[in-house]
Structures are given as C-alpha cells and as structure tokens.
Ligand binder design. Sequence first.
Ligand code: ADP
Ligand code: GLC
Length: 500
Amino acid sequence: MAHPASCSGAWAGDPESVRILTLCAEFAPFAKIGGLADVTAGLSHWLSGRGHQVVAVLPYYGALRTQGVRLEPHAVVGPRYWEAGANPIRYAVHRLAGADPAGPAVYAVDAPDLFGGSVYSSGENEAMRFLLLSRAALELAVEAGFAPDILHCHDWHAAPAALMVRERFAAERVFRQAYTVLTLHNIGYQGVFDAVLLARCGEAALTRLFAAEDLREGQVNFLRAGIAHADALTTVSPTHAREIQTPEYGMGLDELLRSRRHRLAGILNGVDYGRWSPEHDPHLPQHYSAADLCGKRVVRAALLDDLGLALPAGVPLVGLVSRLAGQKGIDLILEALPAMLDRRPFGCALLGDGEPAYVAGLQELTQRFPGWVAHVQAQDEPLAHRIIAGSDLLLVPSRYEPCGLTQLYAMRYGTVPVVRMTGGLADTVTHFDPSTGIGTGCVFRDADVGGLTWGLDTALDWFGDERAWQQLVRNGMRQDYSWDHQGPQYEALFARLAGG
Ligand code: ADP
Ligand code: GLC
C-alpha cells in the first residue's frame, strides 16, 4: 500500500485499506499528559502497521517547540489567518519532522498565538485552540486530497470536527464518504463554553448542532454535541461503556448515551509493549523478564536511592503514577495511608502532578513519613517507567476509570496492581485467590477509606507469602493487552462503517 509519505498529489491506496484522519490533543511522545497520548499514538501506529493510511493531527504546543520537536519547513496548509476573537490568528499545518517514517503521518497545527505553553489551557483560549485544531485538520485533508473513510475524533477536543463536516466542510468532496467516530476517553472533561464564542470564531452556523438545553443556558457543550452527531461512538472499556449510560457515571450525558447506545461500543485500550516492557525499556537501569526477575530488584534499589527512601530489606514498595485529579481517588490515599503507615511497614513512591490540594496532601505525607514516602511533583516519563518497574505494588484507587493504562503496564513489569472495581480496571485485573493461584491483582469494591484499606492490606498480606506472591507476579506478566489483541476491534468497526 502506498504510505502517505507526503501531502502532495493524490493519496492512492490499497482498496482494502482504510483511510483514517485522527484528531487529538495528545499524541505520544510529542504531547503527553495522560493515557490519551499513549492510546492515540499506539493505535495509530498499529493501524498504520496493518496497512491503513493514518494521518494524525495535533496542536503544535509551545512546549513542543521548547522541547525541540521540529516541524518540516514546508506548510501543507497556510500560513492563513483565522478571523476569531479580537485579532486574526495566523496558523499553518506542517508535518512533524521527528515522527517515525514507518508510522502514521503526524501533522501539527502551528498557531503560536493560541498554542503557547503546555497541552491544556483554560477558558476561551482552550475553546479556540480546539476549534482551530478541527478546522485546520479538515483543511489539511482538503488541501492534500486525502479523502478519509474515518474521521476519528478523540474526546471533546476533536468533537468540533464531527460537527464541521456537517456544516462548513459539508460540500467538500474529500469528506463525501467519511464516517465520524468519536472515542470517549474521559467524559469528565466535556468542553463547556459560553455560546457566544461560536459567533466570535466565525462558527455561528454550528450553533444548530448544539443541544437546545445548553443553548438556553447560554452554553455550548462540545462533547455532548459530538456524541449527538458522530456516526459511531466508542469508549475505552466494555464496563465503562455500560457505566456511562447510568446517572452515577454518566456526568449528565447518560440519557443521551442511552439514546445512542446502539452506536456505542466499549473497546479496551491496547498497550504498546515496544515502549512498555521490562525486557528493553530504555528508562530502566537494568532489564529483566518473567524468566529472570533479578533485574527488578536492581531497578527497585536504584529507585529507592533516587527517591531517598530507606526501606529495610523485604519491606514492600507501593507505587503511584497518576494525574492528581478527583477521578483518581487521591483523596482516598490521603485519608487511608497515614493510619496504614503507622500500623504496618511499607514504602511509597508517588509520582503525580495536578490539583494543588492533592499535591499539598502528598507533600504532607512525605513530611510525616520521611524515608518511607516520597512524592515527585512532575511530568516525568522516565521516572514513571522506573516507579512502575521498581515497585512491588501499584495503587490505582480510581473513583472512575474509563480504561486505565498504568495497571496494564504494572502487570507487564511484575508489579501487582491494587485497583478499584470500576471501568477498565474491573475489565483487566482479576482478584487473586491464593488458594487456587488464579488472579492478577487485588480488586476492591468501595471508593472509600474502608475499601482502599482492605485492598492494600490484602495485597500486602499476599506479599508476605513468597510462593503466592511469585505466582501472582507471573500471572500478571503473562497477560497480553497488546494492540494486536485490541486493535482488530477498531479495524472491524472502521471496516464496517467504511463498507457502508
Ligand atoms: P489517565 O489517562 O486518566 O491519566 P491512564 O492510566 O490511562 O490514566 O494513563 C496515564 C498515563 O500517564 C500513563 O502512561 C502514565 O505513566 C502517565 N503518567 C501519569 N502521571 C504521570 C507523570 N506525573 N509523569 C509521567 N507520566 C505520567
Ligand atoms: C483517559 C482515562 C483513562 C484512559 C485514557 C486513555 O484519560 O482517564 O482511563 O486509559 O484516557 O484512553
């Protein structure tokens, strides 16, 4: 199949292959805050490896420029001006220079006035960023003559594209056969803004596609509109697909999601084991495998050293690698851990940045238990790998978790996940039974201090039983959540849509 190596000329392709235009706010390794980046990149690479033509478009954030991520000099779109807000905004779309030539074609929208700083901003700037991402990505397809079969929009940030193909771009030939797929990674973020913004950005014609109930309140909700108008909806685990149709987990969208349930599928995320495997992870001081776990002890020792933890030999280390957001159950950790640390010996290696109250809480915990608890407030990819590899247990006590990736990574690295029974955590971790030796982690039910305490106590007790523990570790390492397992479900969905 001809790979979309450049944007000039026609995009000839194998008739069996599907052309996919992917829009997202994050794409690893260029722009990453959480799992969205791993999944957009992992899925795009897998699909392109399967012979599909994947074009991915993300914003060229100021942080990318600072980190030395380069654009190819030739702009495929623009420079153009977008008449939005007080001053016209200059933008252009370029191919990213550092992207893997064997992978998907990755493009970035360069608009320094909008995309300064890191991945997310707030308020009107945030709305404008993602209106422009959609508009520029669709213009890229038009300019390049790339006629996608699938317009794959990730989260609210890309939902405007699913609307714009019905309005501004409705007459464009390249979109005549395009089906829109909206993947819901996290409905906790919906993109709700003042409705006047649409007119201010020259997108007043989109107004009719937004929910009347929101417009009456003077608001637009990008995610709600995307859900209402996409041809197909996916979320990132089967359990979460069911959960979001309930008032408890639906975040105000459950009624709409129930009404569109025949278009909604739950497809579990895959893991890119090329990046996440202890056998060849470049971030580890020593490699290891299920056949020889000696290296894991070396990684643990180096990690303890790095973090200034002084655990006696044989004392378990509990890791956490998480955005510090309400979703993640950090409040439960802050409430439960002091009493547990007073009662029994274990150490904690905590990596996370986010809401200031949680940062302060974790810092306080480190001060109260010096040498036993360390918290690093940073976005630090190498350290994330070392904590996941060097810990004995990984805590994921989420209040809701659409899929979750860290528990999948943990299992691969022989680190036992302690998770709350929700969403993708419930779908991927099975509670261990020491009497049968079956199970991959510890699963607790209640999102409260009692639930978390029970879960962590249970797993720490297992740690004391060397034989059971070895079995549990190896059960996890044997799991396979590669894209080879999960990707075909997207492929089947896309083929079904593209086949009419
Ligand atoms: P979410 O997408 O909700 O944040 P996931 O479990 O799906 O949760 O994905 C989290 C991803 O972000 C993982 O790749 C994890 O290693 C990474 N991550 C989270 N916090 C940090 C951090 N502070 N530094 C580096 N990586 C982090
Ligand atoms: C979201 C979810 C997480 C999921 C990730 C990638 O941010 O919180 O559960 O794994 O997206 O799909």
